[in-house]
Design a protein around this ligand. Sequence first.
Ligand SMILES: Nc1ncnc2c1ncn2[C@@H]1O[C@H](COP(=O)(O)OP(=O)(O)OP(=O)(O)O)[C@@H](O)[C@H]1O
Length: 276
Amino acid sequence: MTDAVLSFRDVGLQFGDRVLWRGLDLDIAPGEFIAVLGPNGSGKTSLLRAILGQTVPTTGTISAHGSLGYVPQQHAEDSDTMMLRGRDLVGFGVDGSAWGIGLRGMSRRRTAVDSALRQVGATGFANRPLGLLSGGEQQRLRIAQALTRDPAILLCDEPLASLDLASQRVVVDLLDARRRRDDTAVLFVTHELNPVLPFVDRVLYLAGGSFRIGAVEEVMNTRTLTELYGSPVEVLRIGGRLVVIGGEDDHHCVAHQYPGDVLGTDAGFAVAGEDL
Ligand SMILES: Nc1ncnc2c1ncn2[C@@H]1O[C@H](COP(=O)(O)OP(=O)(O)OP(=O)(O)O)[C@@H](O)[C@H]1O
């Protein structure tokens, strides 16, 4: 693929004797939505850290052709602070860039923060202390922070964790809108595939020191996951949802349902209706 925004060539990652995966060859296209799944400790966060240059792969190379935006895992301590306003958090995304100081730099910083806040619909609560905002509102601000750099690739580490279904929906819709409008590729680490199922182009599944990459139906099936885990795994489609039974953890595909979901397509997957 010549126009890939992110390319992996024979990438392997190993800590001591523990091989997380090896031989990863992957080209990610602009606007592509890739869900990264796998049990605890399979190396999902390590993959993002390798892309960000914070972890050096044991083998191979990773090349990004465009700027990276990072939406980190939500940490409990983030919500403690009453000193930090929402817009301050977003401003951290701008700081460290080469815009310099002075009035001009300040004004461009403000413009970038305002634009990012607008994109996630957070202008209305941006001046409130972070500690008073809901988990969903905070997550919108984290996405805004990543957007200040106008990323070609968004790396999201479990952005739906501890959000209620309505907030999950808002976050997923924001990311989907961004990639459709700006062709931003999204690498989305998650334990729950169903909330993003209608948007996913490919699944990268890490497990058992190996991986599988492909369209949802190519990876999320009984044969492929049993092979990957090296133990019996069953993938069921129930009410338009994917449910995985077995593997090292089977909670990542527990059915979630948005109010008003429209179920059932030819592929048997859920489709998000307009009234969700
Ligand atoms: N710098 C490091 N040195 C040694 N081991 C590490 C290092 N970073 C991560 N690991 C180990 O690599 C494994 C993968 O960790 P990682 O956080 O990437 O998993 P994960 O798939 O994101 O897990 P979870 O779903 O629990 O968040 C873990 O066993 C972790 O302890």
